[in-house]
Design a protein around this ligand. Structure first.
Ligand SMILES: [Zn+2]
Length: 256
């Protein structure tokens, strides 16, 4: 039903009308958790003809930054030698970069052909960290998707841009993504707090793009310091890590 929040199940209010692709759609905001959402998305088949949209020019820069942030987060969680699974891993760029740094990273993505990390699929089982970059705003049912991620690990590092308050009009915020139609839900900070509290998890956030649900107690200021200085993280951790680039090459050659 249209007036029920897809995240928390409480009532929503219609706040505006917008256009996605060439379709007129309604936007709703939850009166309880603040989640801003499109009407039931019936245009996704069209929106996903290419899983990664052509207007996403920030893809490579984002992956480089995210790889450094994963390193820093795993160090702070004391799981640098553990397994990281990148859900919605796209072309596999992040996993390849992480493995080059020395992290045992795997990927899963049922919707996109992996180009650079074939052979390092996550089939099943638990991990020490799950990442989901630029995925939450695509989810039809974010609570259910979050619980799926938490089945893999109690530490979920993800990115999605926090929607400003007051809620912007559809032509005032680029992140609505109306040219590709793949973004269907937007989180306020209190929406993320709600998700964390419901599950007894701690929420760390830089207040804009990157967030971490974790069962561990990590200082938010320290984590933000790491986020801010992420460019030096690989250098700081280089002695603790051994690149898997060659080892992976041998593995793939022997397998084929
Ligand atoms: Zn809600």
């Amino acid at each position: 039903m249209r007036d029920i929040c897809r995240l928390c199940g409480k009532h929503t209010l219609k706040i505006q009308v917008g256009r996605i692709l060439d379709i007129q759609i309604d936007y709703f905001e939850c009166l309880s958790c603040g989640y801003v959402q499109t009407e039931a998305p019936h245009w996704l088949d069209r929106a996903y003809r290419e899983a990664i949209n052509d207007s996403d020019t920030g893809l490579m820069m984002r992956n480089q930054r995210n790889a450094r942030i994963v390193l820093g987060t795993m160090f702070m969680l004391n799981i640098l030698e553990g397994v990281a699974v990148d859900c919605a891993g796209g072309y596999g760029i992040l996993v390849r970069m992480l493995r080059d740094y020395g992290i045992n990273a795997l990927w899963s993505d049922p919707y996109c052909k992996n180009l650079v990390a074939c052979g390092f699929e996550h089939e099943s089982g638990s991990a020490d960290l799950v990442t989901a970059f630029e995925a939450f705003e695509h989810f039809k049912q974010p609570s259910i998707e979050l619980d799926r991620l938490l089945e893999i690990s109690p530490n979920v590092l993800f990115s999605t841009n926090i929607i400003p308050e007051p809620t912007p009009k559809t032509d005032e915020w680029w992140y609505y993504g109306k040219e590709h139609g793949q973004h269907i839900g937007f989180f306020k900070f209190r929406t993320l707090q709600y998700l964390a509290q419901e599950r007894g998890l701690n929420l760390l956030s830089n207040g804009s793009s990157h967030h971490l649900f974790t069962s561990k107690n990590i200082n938010n200021n320290l984590w933000n310091l790491m986020m801010r200085f992420n460019k030096i993280v690989p250098r700081l951790l280089s002695r603790k890590l051994t690149s898997k680039t060659w080892q992976d090459h041998v593995h793939i050659v022997e397998r084929s």
